[in-house]
Ligand binder design. Structure first.
Ligand code: CU
Length: 318
């Protein structure tokens, strides 16, 4: 006998009476009040949305000011299309679950639907399909990674970034721009957040150094972070390049739990025009924040101007 046998008419009647129309039964007045409350709350929640929140929604929950750089745009695309692919797969799976559980539902008390087990084609399918999906994600991740780590051998600006417990020092190459040559610098302290100023449109290379423990250099809106590892020197250091797309303000932080005041390792990022950037470097020079080679912290920290304050003993002052 099929699913709908000769006794299907009473079965359907039973289903109608018992299950199909069992829902939330509220008196009409209460339903209206509930609806009004829900509408009001939705309006309140939506009304509280700032422009930044809305940008975050259109960026699939990435920061509103992202991607910020040419490289970040590749990451934003990977993120976006991964979500779209996941949602399509999700919609198919949810659709099948609901359809199958409704279409093959139990139709009478003394009859159960056909039970499917040990179905080899099905099992092969649901083993291979996820592997295939992981391969596709992996492929696009590698492609994106290669693009964002592409290295221009002659970047326009080199900035030696030092993550030290618990702030940042930014050394901007100055003059002829030779790596390891003269720099102007700005250094944050445990009580003062530094600002990293970047020129728009240029290729900027960040070279990362740490005198103490592993930190992670993260400008949130650029969608890119990289570990700052102690002991690395010269060209063997972790480094990456960015091309900021437009002027604006970004936030930066340490993304590696690095000690008691890890949470203080914040910095601001200002992307400015080329002329403003040049002026900024001159201002640093005029302030005396000039050194013949990059300040890389560590043993040098207590002897180099601008770094003493960040060389507080463990625990610092609170
Ligand atoms: Cu840190």
């Amino acid at each position: 006998m099929g699913v709908l046998g000769s006794d299907s008419v009473p079965t359907i009647r039973l289903v109608l009476e018992r299950g199909l129309f069992v829902g939330l039964q509220l008196p009409k007045g209460a339903r209206r009040v509930a609806l009004a409350v829900m509408l009001g709350m939705s309006l309140l929640v939506l009304g509280a949305c700032t422009q930044d929140d809305k940008d975050q929604v259109s960026n699939f929950a990435m920061p509103g000011n992202s991607p910020g750089t040419e490289q970040g745009a590749y990451i934003a695309d990977l993120w976006k299309y991964a979500w779209i692919a996941a949602l399509i797969v999700g919609a198919i799976v949810w659709g099948l679950i609901f359809f199958i559980s409704w279409y093959y539902r139990r139709r009478s008390d003394d009859d159960i639907p056909v039970q499917t087990r040990y179905n080899l084609p099905l099992e092969i399918f649901y083993t291979i399909a996820p592997i295939f999906m992981v391969i596709v994600f992996f492929y696009w991740t590698v492609i994106t990674q290669d693009k964002i780590l592409e290295d221009d051998p002659n970047p326009d600006q080199t900035i030696e970034v030092v993550g030290q417990q618990w702030s940042w020092t930014f050394n901007h190459s100055y003059g002829d721009g030779d790596p390891g040559g003269p720099v102007v610098y700005t250094a944050g302290t445990a009580s003062q957040i530094p600002t990293l100023v970047l020129p728009v449109g240029e290729t900027i290379e960040f070279k990362l150094s740490s005198p103490d423990v592993i930190h992670s250099f993260w400008i949130t809106g650029f969608l890119m972070k990289m570990d700052v590892i102690p002991g690395q020197t010269g060209e063997d250091r972790n480094s990456f390049q960015v091309n900021p797309l437009e002027e604006g303000t970004f936030r930066g932080k340490c993304a590696e739990l690095c000690g008691v005041y890890h949470s203080r390792m914040l910095f601001d990022v200002e992307v400015v025009s080329q002329s403003e950037y040049d002026q900024y470097l001159e201002d640093l020079k005029a302030k005396g924040n000039y050194a013949s080679e990059p300040l890389l912290g560590g043993a040098d920290a207590s002897t180099q101007a601008g770094l003493e304050e960040s060389n507080e003993p463990e625990g610092g002052q609170e």
